[in-house]
Write a protein that binds this ligand. Sequence first.
Ligand SMILES: Nc1nc2c(c(=O)[nH]1)N[C@H]1C(S)=C(S)[C@@H](COP(=O)(O)OP(=O)(O)OC[C@H]3O[C@@H](n4cnc5c(N)ncnc54)[C@H](O)[C@@H]3O)O[C@H]1N2
Ligand code: MOO
Ligand SMILES: [Mg+2]
Length: 721
Amino acid sequence: MAFKVGILVVSDTCSKDPSQDQTGPALISYFDNLSKESKRQDHNYEVSKTAIVADVASEIQRVLINWSSDSEDIRLILTCGGTGFTKHDITPEAVSELITRPAPGIVHAMLTESLRKTPYAIMARPVAGVIGKTLVITLPGSPRGAKENFGAVSSTLCHALAQLEHTGGRELHMKMNRTLHDTEPGSSESKLGEKCNSDKRCGSDQDQDHNNNHNHKHEHNHEHNHDHNNEHNHDHNNEHNHDHSHSHNHNHHGLVKHTLINQTESGVPSVVKRPRKSPYPMLEIEDALQIVLENTLKPEVTTISIEDPELIGSILSKPIFSPMDVPNFPASIVDGYAVVSTDGPGVYPLDFASCASAHSEKRSVESGLIARVTTGAPVPAGADAVVMVEETEVVSTQEGGKEEDRVLIKAQNVKPGDNIRKPGSDLSKGAEIFAAGHQITNGGEIGLLASVGIREVSVYQKPRIGVLSTGDELRNYSDTVLDTSLSYGEVFDSNRPSLISLLRQFGFKPIDLDIVRDNEGQLEETLDAAINGKLGLDYLITSGGVSMGEKDYIKPVIQQKLNGKIHFGRIRMKPGKPTTFATVKRNSEDGSNANGHLNFFALPGNPASACVAMLLLVIPSLRKFQGLSEKSLQLTHISVRLAEPMKLDATRVEYPRVQVFVDENGDLVAKSTGMQRSSRIGSFKNANALLRLPSEAELHKSVLEQGERATVLVFGHIGPL
Ligand SMILES: Nc1nc2c(c(=O)[nH]1)N[C@H]1C(S)=C(S)[C@@H](COP(=O)(O)OP(=O)(O)OC[C@H]3O[C@@H](n4cnc5c(N)ncnc54)[C@H](O)[C@@H]3O)O[C@H]1N2
Ligand code: MOO
Ligand SMILES: [Mg+2]
């Protein structure tokens, strides 16, 4: 059998110009030769994926996550480049964040071989280890270095790869154990759980040695080894459990997944065994937003009456064409007299009068005569202009003196068409009134629909959004009788009103789902009810419980209890670092949305963090779901001057809340709203924008000075200070 190999070249230069890459092709031909020479089928390699990325941790990690997913079936990933000492060399760090089981032996072998060739090998910082069922090795960037390093280990790697091949059986068994736990509370499953947690052998170092020895003994016998692994699945779980502080692996979607090991009987890690380092790669905000938009559910179409207040803010799913001319008769623009323009000034007998009326008679007027008309009345055939009443005088009246007889037309230079709206001149029949994707934003647009007799339109359904707070410490502001004396440790739930109001500000109609306490069982039950209940939610937005605390249950519950797919769990931004985004499949038909699953945003508990994450990530997704085009999803970005110096965070892009105002010169200027700690919701007072402050690492300086330009993302009204 041939092991599938992925080759990832990490280089800023080659990512811009792939023709510069020599290492990728050199390794491909190395593998070609290897498989030609190889007599043993099980020592074959087949390069199935190649890619080039810049020296950016999140890009490297994205490829590794994809390639190490079960569906790709890649056993070996070789990265080339970025392992030196310059500040751009971040490959080892990016790879290490994902490795669950380091393989120092491989590193040792490669360095030993390199040092034999050159003392400069001390400049290399390779890492190697396992992600899921895939071995990852970081090679140097030069073709020669890469081949030499890999050559040092290639002949003995096949055995390791074959062992990895069998990891799946173990994972399956682990899953089966868990299913048993989940489905049969009580007798057999709790015994299994007890054994798992109390078995003295489980997880002891001794036990690990024991297993390792066995593996060693059988290292030349794949089949036997395989059986051995299966036999000891359960022990393996616990061994792992004990020894690995990063308790994560990759699920079948290739995404980081809390392992099912390290868990309490209920399935969620106990505090002593919780991960001590977040297993979630830290994404850049741009990547996180892209993932959110890629995974945003498809919009649904519905019909809505033009009288429905929900129409404002809705997006049309189909173009609308005018079914008629507006006006659909020649209409007078003024009150006056319909004339034949070539007749010129003079005294004319009045033939008849035409008033704006739904019962107008179709009449005509001849040269030498005039007809009185009101604004909006049909202009009689024959007349080609209307003269305003102000430019005329009554010369004589009919008997009784109540009706005009002859009128002096004083207007000079009357031209054909003067003061007449021709049929179709406001809007012609068949013309497109609104394109598909147009957002109805004002009453005038609704009037436009009404003006051509359109009563219903096809729009994208606004999302059904549930907002839920989590936390044992929260006092419910929505209690009927609100007791404002807080107990020690208690805080008012401010996230729900903040988030609900922000959503309303953007035209959405969220549903208040109240508070759930930091209890794993209750959390699962509440989330399950929200997801699978009759509400038919498209979005579930929670706040709190997504970081590293012992009661931060949201992520494990999403994965292990709700079978959700977590797309990301950390972003290199401030505030909002642990912002989490998942998709969860509905398992009930009740009130189901058309997509069959929902988007789940688990926002951080810190009040400013939750609001910032809402503005940067949730609103664009909701807008996409609502049918808006890509260019209109994010908050509007504008360039402003800084009213004061702004200190940069070392590594995270920061979004302080600012007040943008128009200064005395008419320039837009941004001023901080005060202390920006993520717990301080007061930073939203007077705020109308988020300032985007790049990190110190990105700008290579620590402060943006007063008067410098920066970008703000606007969410409120801008006026004077
Ligand atoms: N060891 C680490 N600790 C923390 C990290 C980390 O990386 N390692 N990240 C910090 C960051 S950054 C944030 S942001 C917070 C996020 O915390 P959680 O999402 O887990 O939220 P909680 O722990 O539940 O609460 C945090 C904070 O927010 C208050 N809160 C929560 N909900 C509400 C609400 N509805 N209304 C008002 N205030 C609320 C809560 O009382 C806490 O003070 O984690 C850091 N920790
Ligand atoms: O992300 Mo946290 O929001 O820095 O406090
Ligand atoms: Mg927490």
